[in-house]
Ligand binder design. Structure first.
Ligand code: ADP
Ligand code: ZN
Length: 730
C-alpha cells in the first residue's frame, strides 16, 4: 500500500536526499519547505523537507517531528537554492543551511515565537467607570484592533485597566505574534524630496517600462560617485510598490551603509511600508522574526547584505544590487556563492527586473553591458555641484618621501586645514607596520601557521597575523643573532595616524579601520563625528572609500596605491582602478571640485592613469585585450580547486594525482597546476591549487564529473574545496 514519503535534505556534506515515511499524525500538516526532525544514523538531526510523494515505505524510517507551522522555504526560494547547489557544486542541505539566517537553519527550539495580547472593543456601548478605563476604551474603539505594545506607547502601565475592561466585557482579548524589530526604537530620519535631473529621469523611465512590461530585465546603472544612484533606487522601488510588488535591495555591508538604509527608511516607513533590514548585528530572535514576517508577506522592502539574496519574498518584483563591484558579495568560505550573480539568476527565475549599480562596475558586468546582455544606464554628471574632483598622481620614483607622506601631500593637507575643511587619507593596511625587522641580520617575523609576516600593532603591543589572528608580544631581541635593533618597517594606518599628529599638531586626527570599528556602534560614531566636523583628518583602510557622503571633505590622499596593483591576481588592475576611483569620489561632494592626490611608484600604469582621469571607458578598453588573450573572466571561466592538509608532501601528491586525472579528461579545458597557493600555508595547513580554465562553460561542467570521482579517492586528511568563479585566489 502506498504511503506518504518525504524526501529530505540534511545539513551534511552529502549530495543525495534521504527518504522517510510521514506518520499519519503528521501527514495532514507536512508541507514542502518545512524543517523536520529525523533519525539519522545513530542520532537525530534537522532536515529540510523538499518533496512529498506517494510510494512504498518499505525499509524507510519515519520522520519524528515538524519544526515549523508553516514552510520557511517557499517554492521560489527552493528553486534558487537548487540551482545554486548545482552550479556551485555544494551539497543542497548545506546550501539551505547557509541560506537560512543563523539560529533558523538548525535546531534552536529556543527561538520561540513572541506573542502578545491584542484588544478589540465588544459591542457594549455604555461607558466604564474609571477615567483611565474610559480613555483606553475610547482609544481602542477608535483604532479597531490594538496590541499591547502599541497601547504602551500612549498609556503607561495599562495592565490593570485592561484586565478589568476584559472582565467587564468591554474588551475582547486575543493573541498575535509580535515581531522583534531593532529599528522600532530608532528615530526616523527626514526624507528629502528631489526633482530628478535629466539622466536620472531617463534611467527611471527605462526601469519603470521594464516593471510595467513584467519579465526578467537586467540593467547596469553606471553612475559616477555622487550622481544620485540612490535616488533612482528609491524611485524604482516606489514604482514596484505601486504595482504591488516587493523589492530586495542588496548592499555590500549594512554596518558600512547607514546612510542608504536611513534614506530608505525615511522615504518609505512614513508611508507605512513594511521594511526589513537583515544584517549580522541582529539577534537570532530578531532575525527569526524578520524572516517569518517576510514569508508571511508583511514586508514590502528587504535591505540586506550578501545572504539577503535568499530572503523568502513571495511577490518579488525588483532586485537592486548596490555597489555591485564589491568583493563582499562573494562568500569566501563554505558555500562560495556570489550574491550579485545569484541576483541575476533569481530575477530570471521570478521574472523581474534586476538593477546592478556602481560608479565602478565590475569588469564582468560592464563587459556584459557591452555584449548587450545587461542594459546600461548612465549617470555621467554629479547630481548637484557639478564638477568632479581634480586628481593628480605624485610620482614617488622622482622623490622618495622621508615618512609616509610626500611633500606635495603634506602641503595639500596643510592648506585643507587652513581652509577649515576635512581630509581623507587612504592607506589600505591596518596596524602600525607590516613587519618587524632585525636591522643587524635582516631576520623578519612570520606567523607560525601561515606563510606571511606578522603585522606590528603598537597600541596593543602585539604582532598579529591578519589571516589567522595568531598574536604574541613583539620580540625584544632577534632570535637569530640576539641583536637588539628590531625596527618596524613600512607603514600601516596606526603609524600614519601618529605621523599626522606629529606633522599637524593642532589637527584632530581619527582612524577608521577594522581595529577601531570592531566594537558595536564604533563605525557609526566615527561617521557622525565626521559629519559634525569634529574630525579634521580621517585616516583609514578601504573602509573609508565606501558609500559615505561627507560634505566637508575636499581633499583625498592615497598612500600605498601600489600594494593592490602588485598582488598576484589577474584582477589587480581592476581592483586598483575601482578603489582609487571610489575614494577619489569622496572629495568635494558638497561644494563641487575637490582635490585628490595619489602617491605611486607606477604613475604610468593604465589603472592609475585612468583612475586619475576618472575614465571608466578607457580603463575598460585597455583591460579588455589582456582578458581576451589569456581567456580570463568574463571572456573565459574559472574553477579553482584547493587541496589542504597537514603535510605539504601529502597534499602535493594528492594534487598531482587529481590534476593528472583531470588533464586526461580535460578536452577544451586548461588544467593549470597544481601549484602551491599564493599563501602556501594558511592556518597551519599546506595548500595546493589546481585552476581549471575554459572558454566554454559546458566543458568545465563536464569535467566536474571527473572531479566528483576524484573526490572519493583523496587520501584521508586532505580536504578539497571547489570554488566556482573564484574572486581571489589566496
Ligand atoms: P550616488 O549613490 O550615486 O553616489 P547619491 O544618491 O548618494 O549618489 O547622491 C548624492 C547626493 O546628491 C545626495 O546628497 C543626494 O541627496 C543628492 N541628489 C541626488 N539626486 C539629486 C537631484 N535630482 N537633485 C538634487 N540633489 C540630488
Ligand atoms: Zn597566521
Amino acid at each position: 500500500m502506498p504511503e506518504l514519503i518525504a524526501d529530505i535534505a540534511v545539513n551534511a556534506p552529502l549530495k543525495q536526499l534521504f527518504s522517510y515515511t510521514v506518520p499519519d499524525a503528521l501527514a495532514g500538516s507536512a508541507r514542502v519547505g518545512m524543517r523536520v526532525r529525523i533519525p539519522f544514523g545513530r542520532r537525530t538531526t534537522v532536515g529540510y523537507l523538499l518533496e512529498l510523494r506517494q510510494g512504498s515505505g518499505e525499509g524507510l524510517k519515519s520522520l519524528k517531528e515538524l519544526l515549523d507551522e508553516q514552510p520557511l522555504l517557499p517554492p521560489e526560494l527552493l528553486k534558487l537554492l537548487r540551482w545554486a547547489a548545482d552550479y556551485y557544486l555544494h551539497p543542497l542541505g548545506q546550501v539551505i543551511r547557509s541560506a537560512l539566517p543563523a539560529g533558523l537553519g538548525g535546531d534552536k527550539s529556543s527561538l520561540a515565537v513572541l506573542r502578545e495580547p491584542v484588544y478589540r472593543a465588544s459591542d457594549l456601548t455604555e461607558q466604564p467607570r474609571g477615567e483611565k478605563q474610559r480613555q483606553l476604551l475610547e482609544f481602542i474603539r477608535q483604532q479597531g484592533e490594538v496590541s499591547l505594545s502599541q497601547l504602551r506607547e500612549g498609556f503607561p502601565a495599562p495592565h490593570a485597566a485592561l484586565s478589568r475592561l476584559v472582565e467587564l466585557g468591554f474588551l475582547l482579548q486575543s493573541e498575535q505574534e509580535r515581531r522583534r524589530d531593532p529599528f522600532l526604537t530608532e528615530p526616523l530620519p527626514e526624507d528629502q524630496s528631489l526633482t530628478l535631473n535629466q539622466e536620472q529621469a531617463t534611467a527611471l523611465s527605462a526601469l519603470s517600462a521594464a516593471l510595467e512590461a513584467g519579465g526578467f530585465a537586467p540593467f547596469l546603472l553606471h553612475g559616477v560617485t555622487g550622481s544620485g544612484k540612490t535616488e533612482v533606487y528609491l524611485r524604482t522601488v516606489a514604482e514596484a510598490l505601486e504595482r504591488n510588488r516587493q523589492s530586495l535591495v542588496l548592499v555590500p555591508e549594512i554596518a558600512l551603509t547607514p546612510q542608504l538604509v536611513a534614506r530608505f527608511r525615511a522615504r518609505f516607513e512614513q508611508q507605512g511600508v513594511g521594511l526589513a533590514v537583515l544584517h549580522s548585528g541582529l539577534s537570532d530572535g530578531e532575525r527569526f522574526d524578520a524572516w517569518r514576517a517576510i514569508v508571511r508577506d508583511e514586508v514590502q522592502i528587504v535591505i540586506g547584505a550578501r545572504s539577503a539574496i535568499f530572503a523568502p519574498l513571495p511577490r518579488l518584483g525588483l532586485i537592486i544590487v548596490d555597489e555591485e563591484h564589491e568583493a563582499s558579495y562573494k562568500q569566501g568560505e563554505g558555500f562560495r556563492y556570489n550574491a550579485r550573480d545569484l541576483a541575476l539568476v533569481r530575477g530570471q527565475q521570478q521574472n523581474c527586473p534586476v538593477l546592478l549599480g556602481s560608479a565602478t562596475p565590475s569588469f564582468a558586468s560592464y563587459y556584459r553591458s557591452e555584449q548587450g546582455s545587461l542594459t546600461r544606464l548612465q549617470l555621467q554628471a554629479r547630481s548637484h555641484a557639478g564638477e568632479m574632483p581634480q586628481v593628480e598622481l605624485i610620482d614617488l620614483t622622482e622623490q622618495t618621501p622621508d615618512g609616509a607622506l610626500a611633500n606635495r601631500l603634506i602641503e595639500a593637507v596643510q592648506q585643507c586645514l587652513e581652509r577649515r575643511e576635512q581630509a581623507l587619507l587612504l592607506l589600505n593596511r591596518r596596524g602600525f607596520a607590516p613587519f618587524l625587522l632585525c636591522s643587524d641580520c635582516g631576520t623578519s617575523f612570520h606567523c607560525p601557521n601561515c606563510e606571511i609576516t606578522l603585522t606590528f600593532h603598537q597600541r596593543e603591543r602585539q604582532v598579529r597575523c591578519h589571516y589567522c589572528d595568531y598574536h604574541e608580544p613583539p620580540a625584544e631581541s632577534c632570535p637569530k643573532c640576539q641583536g637588539l635593533n628590531i625596527t618596524p618597517e613600512g607603514a600601516g594606518t596606526e603609524r600614519l595616524e601618529q605621523e599626522l599628529a606629529e606633522l599637524f599638531p593642532g589637527a584632530r586626527v581619527a582612524r577608521m579601520d577594522r581595529d577601531t570599528t570592531s566594537r558595536k556602534g564604533a563605525h557609526q560614531k566615527l561617521v557622525q563625528k565626521m559629519m559634525a566636523r569634529q574630525i579634521d583628518i580621517l585616516v583609514g583602510t578601504q573602509m573609508i572609500a565606501k558609500g559615505h557622503d561627507f560634505p566637508g571633505v575636499t581633499l583625498v590622499g592615497v598612500l600605498g596605491a601600489d600594494s593592490i596593483l602588485n598582488l598576484p591576481d589577474f584582477r589587480a588592475a581592476e581592483r586598483s582602478f575601482s578603489l582609487l576611483t571610489q575614494v577619489a569620489g569622496r572629495a568635494g561632494r558638497a561644494c563641487g571640485g575637490g582635490q585628490v592626490l595619489i602617491q605611486t611608484y607606477n604613475p604610468e600604469h593604465y589603472a592609475l592613469d585612468c583612475a586619475a582621469r576618472q575614465d571608466y571607458a578607457d580603463f575598460y578598453q585597455q583591460e579588455l585585450p589582456f582578458r581576451q588573450e589569456l581567456g580570463y573572466p568574463p571572456c573565459g571561466h574559472l574553477i579553482n580547486l584547493v587541496l589542504a592538509g597537514n603535510t605539504a608532501g601529502q597534499v602535493k601528491g594528492a594534487a598531482e594525482q587529481l590534476a593528472g586525472r583531470l588533464t586526461a579528461a580535460a578536452g577544451p579545458v586548461e588544467v593549470l597546476g597544481p601549484s602551491p597557493c599564493p599563501l602556501a600555508r594558511l592556518r597551519g595547513k599546506s595548500r595546493y591549487q589546481i585552476l581549471l580554465k575554459s572558454l566554454e562553460r559546458p566543458a568545465l561542467r563536464r569535467l566536474l564529473g571527473t572531479l566528483e570521482e576524484g573526490r572519493g579517492r583523496l587520501p584521508k586528511g586532505v580536504a578539497l574545496t571547489v570554488d566556482v568563479d573564484p574572486l581571489d585566489m589566496f
